[in-house]
Ligand binder design. Sequence first.
Ligand code: AMP
Length: 457
Amino acid sequence: MSRLPVTVHLNIDGIKLKEFMEFTEFNFHPKIAAGVEAAGYVTPTPIQARAIPTVLAGRDVMGLAQTGTGKTAAFALPILQRLMGGRRGHVRTLIVVPTRELAEQIHAAISSLGQRTGLRSITVYGGVNINPQIARLKQGAEIVVACPGRLLDHISRKTIDLSRLEVLVLDEADQMFDMGFLPDIRRLLKHLPQQRQTLLFSATMPKEIRNLAKDVLRDPETVQVDLVAPAVTVSHALYPVEEACKTDLLLALLQHTDTGSVLVFTRTKHRAKRLGEKLVKIGYRAASLQGNLSQNRRQAALDGFRKGSYQILVATDIAARGIDVSQVSHVINYDMPNTTDAYIHRIGRTGRAARSGDAFTLVTNADRAMARGIERALGRTIERRFMEGFTPPTKTSVPDVTATEQATRHNRDGQSAGKRVQGVSPAGKSAPGRSKNSRRRRFSGRSAKPAAASVGR
Ligand code: AMP
């Protein structure tokens, strides 16, 4: 690193926080520091600045942070540091996650950050042949990233030995609860040593997660970053529209907005599939990600989106859980999410690690109450925008537009008050102007490369 370490003290939530420190200050093992440097990380994100010293000290952590805040490295780096000491060849860390995609993503981040350490990480999840997993477990891995169902399967077959486990991470605990995994988690806990370090991460804190935390964490340090407010770098807009005009409005938005990679959310698998197909027919480089796809096709859609060969990914909430695509410039809610938490999770896919992003939500009559709920969660009103040519639902049915908020009118040339918008035409010909690479990046003052996805099973 050419820059000298600079430490600026910030006061956030009443806690004096060393925000603009550098990774060098953690004194990681040189082999871990090499991985951090290769990933392009210079400045820790707030969750990293707070959680890393606590995890290094061996404390349990209750991490309230949404995806996109850098929480993976916040737990992965101190765990790697711990594993550099002690014996190898058996499972010492277990990371439990709700989805296969998140498992692969965390595994890739660990493989990248720990590329020089010689420590081995493997993934364990259902929907794929169990035998290769058994073989990899036999070969000895220090880190297992697992989904609960298949993990319990391995436990009952006695193909995994967790008796010498040192660290347990429960990631995206609220999602695991939503997906009905809490009974599995409790069953799993009975098979783990009592003496261990436990880290629990959740974007939101429903009662059930609070109870789980009480049971699994010992004298935890709570590390909270953006509990209910989404990443500050995301700007939000609501587009009132009739249900029947949604697709046309989406197409107009894509046409008239300067976008990088776009993640579009629909309510159902069927709608994701149909919308994805429609976009492809029109000429967009698009794919859909939904639960009916085989694991291979899901991975191909995700990989294609990550690499940029697909510019648009249409997904359902479940399919998109935990997706880390650092370069998502726009999240478009084609369908309003069912809960405010789902909204926060969806838009956590853009504005990641302090890059900026936009979240557009198409709002019909029926979505009025949910729009208000989201505004309450954000603690402010969201700008309503209107596209010329798209009649919003009748006045009484449009979510309330308060006096303080400015409704911005787009015209068909894409001009809106103070906001330049440029189109991305089908077949992915990006309009000139703001490109993916020219997007603002705040934490490090230099560009932060996303971790290379080296999957070293
Ligand atoms: P996560 O919340 O762990 O999914 O991380 C979101 C994204 O931020 C990932 O692409 C990480 O590679 C990236 N990231 C994590 N920590 C940093 C950092 N300190 N500086 C720059 N990018 C980071």
